[in-house]
Design a protein around this ligand. Structure first.
Ligand SMILES: Nc1ncnc2c1ncn2[C@@H]1O[C@H](COP(=O)(O)OP(=O)(O)O)[C@@H](O)[C@H]1O
Ligand SMILES: Cc1ncc(COP(=O)(O)O)c(N)n1
Ligand SMILES: [Mg+2]
Length: 517
């Protein structure tokens, strides 16, 4: 697809300014049951804050039982609809769904050459989940020869990928990886093979291929009958995110999380008597039960002075967790993590609740180490998890989109995975040897730098950091190193307040001098 420069959000029009809203054109079939097709695309774009116009290729009589009838639009009329919208309405991204005839595919190709857009996302809908045929098999050769070479992303499910590959059986993740590379050769710049229907798979796994790298995208598989329209909604969410300016890979990742969240939120709703129900796209708008502290976006500068509590040290100095947290926050800690490896759950929860009060009066977020149950029960701002704790994507699906998730990473590969799985930051270390973790491998300043350079997420350094070496850590000169996390340097000391004030001053001085600032 010829790339058109995205227009400015605000454009001058003679003597006034107008707000531009990102715009997706959905070219698809109508689903009378409104779970899939045009109706799913409209709801998805609305949920993502993007304008959606529609060109209807077919009208289906459809419900949760199946497709009872299909009325295909004449290709000349599809062409007229395309012209009406594309010639006038500043479309950013086109998304196609049900394309029931070869003639309709040909008029789409013609109109897009006449009116180029920023990106073209094609969901090659062929058969509905109920097993009803939505496109005649002759479309496959026109798809391959004429449409795919213009496409930025094609999103076949397992059956569609198999049909595009002449009936090749696809039963495993390794088959899906192979299929993605073969479909890429048909001309689409990027390919997403969707594994919603992969047998025996505990996770919902999709394969993304950009012509260079193959990525395995995982989310938890939600147990629900309400999966009608997941494919349409995924593709229109990707189109919406592209229209907002995301890169292709980010758009795909965000959209997969959107589907997982929407399915999870709608897993128990009951519409219709058939085997496949629709889900609720507008869940995000309805489930904004935000804590008073967070407004849904993680502030990277919170990582600056990251204090991690330790029950052993508090005992040694005869302090309660709340006293320790209060002193750290008053001394300038910018985020707190409560790490209680051997406290009773009930005591842990009570302590966490009082710490939250202290933190939130100072505008400081509070995270819980490892224990998602405790984080949820006390209304913490998020969790920090290790490589052998619950997987990040599972934590994300339990905590929702707005909680902070941090992950401990020692290698660039782990940092990449944390980003793929939807973490907000990574903790890298141990930078120096420490006695708070037994048998902890030390990565040193070189290892820290390597991970920071590879990480797409902000990084906080951890492990043996104190007043005398904190400046050296911050001065490695990598912009996404946002701060240091400390345990002993604050809590294995007589006066936590004084130590925190001192470390804060050291960090302020070091970052003022640091070349990365
Ligand atoms: N039960 C589920 N839980 C979580 N994600 C799912 C589930 N079913 C499908 N998905 C996801 O929904 C998207 C659409 O996939 P799929 O159902 O395979 O496509 P289609 O609807 O075109 O058949 C994919 O990202 C897939 O991983
Ligand atoms: C108009 C229309 N477009 C697309 C689909 C595919 O959706 P699904 O695979 O969830 O049945 C459908 N059933 N109806
Ligand atoms: Mg599906």
């Amino acid at each position: 697809m010829a790339m058109k420069k995205p227009e400015e959000t605000v454009v001058a029009s003679s003597d006034r300014y107008e707000m531009r809203i990102p715009h997706v054109l959905s070219v698809a079939g109508s689903d009378s049951g409104a779970g899939a097709g045009i109706q799913a695309d409209l709801k998805t774009c609305a949920a993502r804050g993007v304008y959606c116009s529609t060109v209807i290729t077919a009208v289906t009589a459809q419900n949760t039982v199946g497709v009872q009838d299909v009325n295909i639009m004449p290709e000349g009329f599809v062409s007229e609809q395309l012209k009406s919208v594309l010639s006038d309405m500043q479309v950013d991204v086109v998304k196609t769904g049900m394309l029931p005839s070869t003639g309709i595919i040909q008029v789409i190709c013609q109109r897009l050459k006449e009116f180029p857009v920023q990106a073209l996302v094609v969901d090659p809908v062929m058969v509905s989940t109920s097993g009803d045929v939505l496109a005649c098999p002759t479309i496959i050769s026109v798809l391959q020869d004429e449409l795919l070479p213009m496409v930025d992303l094609v999103t076949p499910n397992l059956k569609e990928a198999s049909a595009l590959l002449g009936g090749m059986p696809l039963n495993t993740i390794s088959d899906m990886r192979h299929a993605a590379t073969l479909i890429h050769q048909m001309g689409s710049k990027n390919v997403l093979v969707k594994g919603g229907d992969l047998p025996d798979s505990l996770d919902a796994v999709d394969i993304f291929f950009d012509g260079k790298d193959l990525h395995e995208l995982r989310s938890s598989r939600i147990t629900t009958r309400n999966t009608h329209g997941t494919g349409c909604s995924l593709a229109s969410c990707i189109a919406a995110e592209l229209a907002k300016g995301s890169s292709m890979f980010s758009a795909v990742k965000i959209s997969k999380q959107f589907i997982e969240r929407a399915l999870n939120y709608s897993k128990d709703i009951s519409i219709g008597n058939g085997p496949q129900g629709p889900f609720d796209h507008l869940c995000r708008l309805k489930s904004r039960e935000q804590s008073s502290y967070r407004q849904g976006s993680f502030n990277q500068s919170d990582l600056f002075l990251y204090a991690v509590t330790d029950s052993g040290m508090n005992k040694r100095w005869d302090r309660s967790i709340t006293d320790a947290v209060k002193a750290a926050v008053e001394g300038g800690a910018t985020i707190i993590q409560i790490r209680e490896k051997d406290a009773k759950t009930r005591d842990f929860l009570e302590a966490a609740k009082s710490c939250i009060e202290i933190c939130h009066t100072h505008g400081v977020p509070l995270l819980i180490n490892d224990r998602i149950d405790v984080a949820l029960a006390c209304g913490a701002d998020g969790v920090h998890i290790g490589q052998s704790d619950i997987p990040v994507h599972a934590a994300r699906s339990l905590l929702g989109p707005d909680k902070i998730i941090g992950v401990s990473c020692k290698t660039p590969e782990q940092a990449e995975q944390a980003w793929l799985d939807g973490a907000d930051y990574i903790g890298c270390g141990g930078v120096y040897p420490t006695n708070t973790k037994a048998n902890n491998l030390t990565v040193g300043l070189d290892g820290l730098k390597k991970v920071c350079l590879a990480s797409k997420l902000p990084v906080v350094a951890i492990g043996g950091i104190n007043h005398s070496n904190a400046a050296a850590v911050m001065e490695i000169g990598v912009p996404n190193l946002k701060g240091v996390a400390v345990v002993s340097a604050l809590f294995d000391r007589q006066c936590v307040l004084e130590e925190t004030l001192k470390l804060h001053a050291t960090l302020v001085e070091a970052t003022a001098l640091s070349p990365a600032k």
